[in-house]
Ligand binder design. Structure first.
Ligand SMILES: [Zn+2]
Ligand SMILES: [Zn+2]
Length: 415
């Protein structure tokens, strides 16, 4: 997006190298230094501010992409205290008002005496891989632009004249008789000038835009999806909306929409996945690979003797998502383990006795005696019978998990 004010302050082009920016800054700073030139204090501040932004690659990039607004929003990142205030002081005057949020851009109107068009939102589907690796997407968009042939006037100079139907007001007033002595007054957009208040003779109309002042254009926007960006994050293309006569064009706002990933879910900069272990692996050690978002296979190993409990969460450091604007910092990859137990009757009784010798001894259970002791049998929970008590069954399952002492881990599973 072409925001060039800061470049103009330093008298350099948008593509100027760091060296050129520095050179021009020194020259101007010398010329307007308050010691030499006390009246030029404001000018000197402007030059210093422009240099502060353009000499810093990160701020320069933010400015190129999001303009002054972007700098103000990201002001906390590197601007330090006072950055925004200074910004407001310096540029508030230049632009005729404080910089507001998305809707507050009407302030810009003060500068040119124009209203701002509506912003257009475009969703952009991205994968978790795109957000991990970064990606450039080309987005084709059709918009109206001011006709270059007539410069948006619709025809030859002076060819426009006031609409006679509405007398230049753009609205047509019709009276409708509702009954004796009752008249309803109705206002509608003037059909002859389409509400513009002025018309142009057929023969004087611009050939390119047919008097409409605007023509349709297809434009390709290059959307940089940066590493670490999030679902629903917005990328703003300033003034790329429809151009209309006497109106500041609105912004085109790309909204990232992340598709669900089959293996990983994301929370902040952390990645989560669930891995299924057999009971044998959980007790006797294991190794497996996880396909990462950049295509690497992460080899995960656990030695025999490290017992993994059902629902246990282990952390792989630095293998989470890259941090936005600081992609070398990464979050963690958290792996939650589910354990699959062996099927019913997986071994005959004499073999189970051998297995029991390997396992920790049974806890002592005191069985009371007497006629109050009644033996009952355990049966499978009948799904068909419990149809009216579905919630009850689920609660039962959760309870049993909690008793295992893995409450917090189970919560991770629900993330
Ligand atoms: Zn035209
Ligand atoms: Zn009219």
């Amino acid at each position: 997006m072409a925001e060039t004010t800061l470049y103009e302050v330093l008298g350099v082009s948008k593509t100027a190298s760091d060296g050129e920016i520095k050179k021009s800054y020194y020259k101007l700073a010398k010329e307007f230094h308050p010691d030499k030139n006390p009246q030029a204090e404001d000018k000197f501040k402007e030059i210093s501010f422009a240099y502060e932004v353009l000499s810093n690659p990160e701020k320069r990039e933010t400015y190129d992409r999001f303009g002054l607004q972007g700098l103000k929003e990201g002001g906390g990142a590197g601007g330090g205290p006072g950055f925004s205030d200074m910004f407001g002081d310096l540029f508030g005057g230049m632009f005729g008002g404080p910089f507001g949020g998305m809707g507050g851009m009407g302030g810009m109107g003060g500068r040119r005496g124009r209203r701002k068009g509506e912003d257009t939102l475009h969703p952009l589907r991205v994968t978790l891989e795109d957000l991990y690796n970064g990606k450039t997407s080309k987005l084709q968009l059709s918009k109206t632009v001011i006709c270059t042939k007539c410069n948006g006037s619709g025809g030859k100079e002076g060819a426009m004249h006031r609409c006679r139907t509405c007398n230049g007001r753009g609205v047509k007033v019709t009276l409708r008789q509702l009954g004796p002595g009752m008249v309803q007054q109705m206002q509608s957009v003037c059909p002859d000038c389409h509400g513009e208040g002025e018309v142009i003779n057929e023969k004087d109309k611009c050939k390119d835009c047919k008097g409409k002042k605007v023509v349709n254009q297809t434009k390709i926007l290059e959307v940089n999806v940066d590493k670490g960006m999030r679902d629903n994050q917005k990328i703003t293309f300033r003034w790329e909306g429809d151009q209309l006569p006497d109106m500041e064009p609105g912004d085109v706002i790309i909204v990232l929409k992340q598709q669900e990933h089959e293996l990983y879910t994301r929370d902040g900069d952390n990645l989560y996945c669930t891995y299924n272990l057999s009971l044998t692996e959980a007790l006797c050690g294991f190794q497996f690979t996880l396909k990462h978002l950049d295509g690497r296979d992460l080899l995960v190993k656990s030695p025999p003797g490290d017992v993994i409990h059902p629902g246990a969460v282990k952390c792989i450091k630095g293998e989470g998502m890259p941090t936005y604007k600081s992609p070398f910092d990464k979050g963690e990859l958290l792996v939650k383990f589910d354990i699959t137990f062996p099927p019913q009757n997986f071994a005959p009784e004499h073999k189970l006795q051998k297995l029991e010798k390997l396992l920790p001894p049974r806890p002592k259970v005191e069985i009371p005696t007497g006629e109050d002791v009644e033996e009952v049998s355990l049966v499978e929970l009948d799904d068909t019978r419990g149809s009216g008590h579905h919630g009850g069954n689920e609660a039962y399952n959760e309870d049993s998990d909690d008793e295992g002492g893995h409450g917090p881990r189970v919560q991770c599973a629900h993330q």
